[in-house]
Design a protein around this ligand. Structure first.
Ligand SMILES: [Fe+2]
Length: 250
């Protein structure tokens, strides 16, 4: 049972009204899953696919966040907490630091299956939450939240945001000689997944220095991403980033 109370994030907490979802919305979820899952069986990291089963995601109906959290919390202490929408940075970091993943409850419409300007429940739950069942990734994500929550300097936070972008959102890993996706932005987007897996994107070895000097681009398919060999690497990178941030060398 979590004891820390939220302050910055408190105004954004909502309840998920599961009964309000329509049959059409469940059908949109099913279509979204059907579009990408066959690709993911080939191209997603093993830990993502295991997490998908662990948290009990269904392919044909929207996720009930309470049920997801009930399966996830005993494993890693993470939960999937419903929020009203995009969170300001302090609220977002506060939630990550206490292993609560801010989760939107709305779903994109049938007319915009590939793209939404803001994250929806498909991006947040299908894309992100399975990885939270992996102990090392789970620890990394909490650490990211704790480090960012303690930082005031916008330039430092922008650099730390690049770590998040090239791991949590667009991370890839080498497994048995192949590139596999674990980042939500690849997992939840047919276009991004195909771009990466068809060789449309250069893949370099993940190093903290290179990630920190690679700005984020949000308006085009990626031309460069960074592959880790294991999730220990991103946990260690976060420790290193914290040390550098503390002594002013990030
Ligand atoms: Fe995301």
């Amino acid at each position: 049972m979590r004891t820390e109370t939220l302050s910055a994030a408190e105004p954004y907490l909502i309840r998920q009204d599961y009964t309000a979802y329509t049959q059409e919305q469940h059908a949109v979820w099913a279509e979204l899953v059907e579009r990408v899952y066959p690709e993911l069986e080939k191209h997603a990291a093993r830990e993502y696919l295991e997490g998908f089963e662990i948290i009990g995601l269904q392919r044909d109906c929207l996720p009930h966040l309470g049920s997801i959290s009930a399966r996830l919390e005993p494993r890693t202490g993470w939960n999937s907490t419903p929020v009203s929408g995009f969170l300001p940075a302090p609220a977002f970091f506060e939630m990550l630091a206490t292993r609560r993943f801010p989760t939107t409850t709305w779903l994109r419409s049938k007319d915009s299956l590939e793209y939404t300007p803001e994250p929806d429940i498909f991006h947040d739950v299908f894309g992100h939450v399975p990885m939270h069942a992996h102990a090392v990734f789970a620890g990394f994500l909490e650490r990211y939240g704790r480090v960012c929550a303690a930082m005031q300097d916008d330039a430092v936070l922008e650099k730390l945001g690049r770590i998040f972008w090239y791991t949590v959102e667009f991370g890839v890993i080498r497994q048995h000689g192949e590139i596999k996706a674990y980042g939500s932005g690849i997992i939840s987007s047919q276009g991004e997944c195909r771009n990466v897996m068809s060789g449309g994107c250069a893949i370099r070895d993940f190093t903290l220095d290179e990630v920190l000097r690679t700005p984020v681009k949000v308006d085009e398919l990626h031309k460069l991403l960074f592959a880790v060999e294991s999730f220990d690497q991103i946990y260690d990178a976060m420790n290193e980033a914290e040390q550098r941030a503390m002594n002013g060398t990030l």
